[in-house]
Design a protein around this ligand. Structure first.
Ligand code: ARG
Length: 463
């Protein structure tokens, strides 16, 4: 491709370190799409004769067909997808193919290809995250009144409902989707036509190619156009946060499915057995979701470090954006799919959850609140009285509701029988009616609101 300046070919190792075709061949559809838009514009602008434009367009379509059918032979000596396509195009249409590269460079070409790929991928991730939200909201509605322990420090804190817990992840995923959309909106400027770094002297129409490729507008600075990988960094950052959310949920599933917790049951479809221990039922899918977050975060860190020392504009370092970005966003997609399947199938173990919800003095706050509400105690004093009662109950190894009224009155003489009503787990959760609280009616309303919203999105309306 640059034979004019070189007398001999690259060293074997040079070829190996330099070639990206092994991984950028997946950009073939984006590369050809970009070339079709570019050559059509060159024709419209009168830069190329119509006959050459038509020949190049037919040739590009033939190359696309060969790649799709698997008949295309990728060669390492052609370095990357851009040269591979152009080289095959030359074989098919002859010297006219050499005109395609007028007024562009591989630098603006690769930036365009990557943006197109990342954009499609963000759209898919957004849709998949919506699918997981839907599965969670359905579980939430079904289990709006299923009580379970709520934790802080992984210590029993206050009873909540299983549905409420599911909806916490629906909220996180809503923010994740917002970040995917923000990243998409910000990346949607077209670098094509920035050429190597300075723009071009040909009278190209960058607005036309931008529009043809679904971008909102062309990028405004040619140096930035070819030097920018923010769109990959931002997408990986959004992906990392989403992966962390999935990892936290996966961790809960791993803990909850242990024999010691026994809070939920995963389906056969999302667990594995052990080759030696017949009793085992391992939450491998959840463990892998937890682990893959490491790859996603690793890709973000890796690319930040690749970029941080690069002077403007393009440097070959930037070729290292691809494997991590492809791998990470693909891993996240797989995690979202696996999580959706796990959530759809999982069943909470309601009796165990109810028992656990009542243990660990989880209604102590309800008792303190009662002392404030009914006896007018300042909360700090109520906290102290309740602490004494927890101590008494704990010394006798009984629950708060098993203390006698005399024992209660030893801590605060004005306590009456009515206190026992707030010590029940069901009462506790149904009293949490503040906006965003865990009361089953709240959970039902929120789950329904989400399902309406997500259903509308599935019907094509803007979520
Ligand atoms: N394969 C290259 C990459 O992914 C394409 C751009 C090459 N540009 C260059 N000036 N060598 O970054």
């Amino acid at each position: 491709m640059w034979g004019g300046r070189f007398a001999s070919g690259p060293a074997e190792i040079m070829e190996e370190i330099n070639a990206s075709i092994g991984f950028d061949k997946r950009l073939a559809p984006q590369d050809i799409r970009g070339s079709l838009a570019h050559v059509a514009m060159l024709g419209e602008a009168g830069i190329l004769p119509k006959a050459d434009v038509a020949a190049i367009q037919d040739g590009l379509k033939a190359v696309a067909t060969e790649i799709e059918s698997g008949g295309f032979v990728f060669k390492r000596e052609l370095e990357d997808i851009h040269m591979s396509v152009e080289s095959r195009l030359t074989e098919i249409v002859g010297p006219a193919a050499g005109r395609l590269h007028t007024a562009r460079s591989r630098n603006d070409q690769v930036a365009t290809d990557m943006k197109l790929w990342v954009r499609d991928t963000l759209d898919n991730l957004d849709e998949q995250a919506a699918g997981l939200q839907r599965a969670l909201a359905e579980k939430a509605l079904a289990h709006a009144g299923t009580v379970m322990p709520g934790f802080t420090h992984l210590q029993s804190a206050q009873p909540v409902t299983f549905g409420h817990h599911c909806l916490a992840y629906v909220e996180m995923l809503a923010r994740d989707r917002g970040r995917f959309r923000d990243a998409r909106a910000r990346l949607n400027e077209c670098p094509l036509g920035a050429a190597a770094l300075a723009g071009t002297s040909f009278p190209i129409d960058r607005h036309a190619t931008a529009a043809a490729l679904g971008f909102d507008r062309p990028t405004a600075n040619s140096l930035d156009s070819v030097a920018d990988r923010d769109f990959a960094l931002e997408s990986l950052s959004a992906a990392s946060i989403c992966a962390v959310h999935l990892s936290r949920f996966a961790e809960e599933l791993v803990v909850w499915t242990s024999a010691q917790f026994d809070f939920v049951r995963l389906s056969d479809g999302y667990t594995t057995g052990s080759s030696i221990m017949p009793q085992k039922r391992n939450p491998d899918a959840a463990e892998l979701v937890r682990a893959k977050s490491g790859r996603v975060i690793g890709a973000l860190t890796g690319l930040l470090i690749v970029m941080k020392g690069l002077p403007l504009a393009y440097s070959k370092d930037m070729q290292e954006d691809k494997e991590g970005t492809f791998d990470a966003l693909q891993a996240l997609s797989l995690c979202l799919a696996a999580m959706t399947g796990m959530v759809r199938d999982l069943e909470p173990n309601a009796p165990v959850l109810a028992r656990a919800a009542g243990s660990g003095y989880a209604t102590a706050t309800d008792l303190a609140d009662w002392l404030v509400r009914e006896l007018g105690l300042p909360f700090r004093e109520a906290h102290h009285v309740t602490g004494r009662l927890v101590g008494t109950a704990s010394a006798r190894s009984v629950g708060l509701e098993e203390l006698t009224l005399d024992e209660m009155r030893a801590a605060e003489p004005r306590i009456t029988d009515a206190v026992y009503a707030v010590l029940g787990v069901e009462n506790s959760v149904s009293s949490r009616t503040s906006y965003g609280g865990t009361a089953p009616d709240n959970v039902r309303a929120q789950a329904t609101r989400w399902l309406d919203h997500l259903g509308a999105a599935a019907d094509g309306a803007n979520a």
